[in-house]
Ligand binder design. Structure first.
Ligand SMILES: [Zn+2]
Length: 201
């Protein structure tokens, strides 16, 4: 997830994207879905309780869809806590971390791990999600901050196997690849986000 920081950033992105993209994809995938759902996330122990609640709220809409498809959750944000905030860590655990990564970096990012032979098995084995603490975050929609639940709903979509979307027709979708301060619309899944999960599970 990238930040829309300035008008310059927005315009540069739109120009770059419109060269090769004439219409929006319904959804995109980065894997065949989670190999053994749910992915249970271990969380950095420095988050406050409201942030843990935001994680739970963000997992819910994805799990509602997967419950209807396979009868089980795909994202479990209620794992144990850890003192590490290193990211990413290829250790077969699923981590949610936060650290000051710099304002020129991502807003929030998900790294997913698959087998090295995707033509044999393209499922997601585990995923690490990092929140860039260099940006201003809140859980109570403080003006001028990024909403944790809003953005991590998008990142859970990556963990589930969905790709970023950047088309001009994708801006209302949870999997749209840009976010702005004060935005909360990604908390609620778009029909195409739901259809992406239904295709994977
Ligand atoms: Zn993304």
């Amino acid at each position: 997830m990238k930040a829309k920081k300035t008008v310059t950033v927005i315009l540069t992105s739109v120009i770059g994207l419109t060269v090769g993209v004439s219409s929006a994809w319904a959804y995109g995938t980065i894997s065949s879905g989670i190999s053994s759902p749910p992915l249970t996330f271990t969380k950095w122990n420095g988050f406050d309780p409201a942030t843990y609640t935001a994680f739970s709220n963000a997992a819910s809409p994805w799990n509602v869809v997967s419950q209807g498809e396979i009868g089980k959750n795909i994202i479990d944000p209620n794992g144990t806590t850890t003192s590490t905030n290193s990211y990413p860590v290829d250790d077969y655990t699923n981590l949610i971390t936060k650290g000051d990564r710099g304002l020129n970096q991502y807003l929030m990012q998900t790294t997913t791990y698959k087998y090295i032979y995707p033509w044999i098995d393209n499922h997601t084995l585990h995923a690490d999600i990092d929140i860039n603490g260099s940006f201003a975050w809140s859980n109570n929609q403080t003006s001028g901050t990024y909403d944790v639940q809003n953005v991590i709903t998008h990142e859970f979509g990556h963990a589930a196997g969905l790709a970023d979307l950047y088309g001009t027709g994708d801006t209302e979708k949870t999997m749209y690849g840009y976010s702005s301060t004060d935005e909360t619309k990604k908390r609620t899944l778009d029909t195409d986000d739901i259809n992406g999960i239904k295709a994977l599970y």
